[in-house]
Design a binder for this molecule. Sequence first.
Ligand SMILES: *[C@@H]1O[C@H](CO)[C@@H](O)[C@H](O)[C@H]1NC(C)=O
Ligand SMILES: *[C@@H]1O[C@H](CO)[C@@H](O)[C@H](O)[C@H]1NC(C)=O
Ligand SMILES: *[C@@H]1O[C@H](CO)[C@@H](O)[C@H](O)[C@H]1NC(C)=O
Length: 430
Amino acid sequence: MFSSILTLVTFLSFTVGQNLVLIGGNLRDDNTKVWNKMVQLAGGKGVARIGVISISIRNTIEGDRVIENFAKVYGAKAVGIPVSQSGANDPVVANLVKEQTGIFIVEDSEDKSWNFWNWVTSLVRPTDVSAEPPAGMVCYESASYKRQQLIDTLRPSGQDSLVLAAIKTVLNKGGMVAGNAAFMSKGAVILEGDSISALVSGTRFISFPRMPYSIRKEGGLALLNSDYVIESHLSEKGREVRLMRTLLESDISRGFGVDENTALVVNNPLSKPVGQVITAPLAVTGVLFFDVSDIPTPSITNALYENVTFSFFTVDDVFDFTSESVTYPTWKKAIAGQEWFKNAVPSNDILSRAGPSQWRQTARRLIDCKELNVTSYSPSSIVPMIPGVQVIFDRQRAVGFGADLPGDPNNTYVASFQRMVASVKVLGIL
Ligand SMILES: *[C@@H]1O[C@H](CO)[C@@H](O)[C@H](O)[C@H]1NC(C)=O
Ligand SMILES: *[C@@H]1O[C@H](CO)[C@@H](O)[C@H](O)[C@H]1NC(C)=O
Ligand SMILES: *[C@@H]1O[C@H](CO)[C@@H](O)[C@H](O)[C@H]1NC(C)=O
């Protein structure tokens, strides 16, 4: 009784209301903008009580890091809420979730126990084995079965478990929910594979992809109630084409991908979502939106994606999911007619998985130069057998906004744009 009165009082004392923080992966401990934003949206220092959910019997390494960072660095109370298979429908666990003003969902769950079958699987699919988590960050990439395990536990067969329903209650009461963007969608969730394997698997192009491409068509946690496929680690791991393929594969025309150490903070995610891009201080990262509705139909089998519209939004841009309109902060100015560079600079490894964010960099240069298009390539190889790929960007219909980052002694220019067009084509082996 007393505790429910207390909860009510706490909730009335802040009215920021319903925010979903979609993290683009590899969120660094020292990203003050994103961590402070999460604490603020959960009620602020001294008020925020954040439940850190891991799918496991006890707190995971990532869970412990999140708790420690919230508590020691950012002044929020944080408590671990381990959720086992059966715990997902345990009213006691669900009530503990409801008592929080914020929830952070951790993807890195418990490792598979050692048995013969798991051992054989790990030999056949070495990418599906957990690696040592990188230091100083959370929402790092873990084995793909963990993403499946998370969704299967919290939303088995597309039905909300008691714990997921409780998480939605926290949102509806005006709280904050955060986690890796990639499992939050209502639509298909990407599990594995890089852009090249996504482009060529199941097509007439023979290839031996390094990581097989796979998706979960039944969708994710559905905490964003809008038909989008969502990706994380977008620019840094060159996942643009993997996102495109998933859109075509799952009959969803729109998707977006959040860059590493960046977040899209979505207000009213369950009713009228409006997202704002939050980055690390002085970062040029952002969120890329795709629309594949203009692609001609037989494109998957021919690995040919023409006329894919894409937009890129950077720090402080606000995107309204309902009207699909964007509002730029006043410090950014229209680029049209003021392009700084003469030439575009093509990339010779446009789908690189290892950075430095070739797609983002090439598009950013094109929007701020006098040329209208740029043709980039991805190299082919024989061992392993990988075909070459051509990617053309065209900015004829694009509208760009940009400015030097405020407060940056190096005057780094940050650019956003809408409606650039990409065409992707496989060239064959050598
Ligand atoms: C791409 O879009 C443009 C303009 O909408 C159109 O003229 C062109 O035919 C399209 N190309 C393909 C291959 O659909
Ligand atoms: C690229 O733009 C130039 C003009 O700057 C034009 O002549 C050329 O046809 C365009 N190429 C493509 C592939 O659209
Ligand atoms: C400015 O650029 C220099 C040289 O590239 C770099 O060492 C420094 O960290 C930059 N400063 C900021 C604030 O990013």
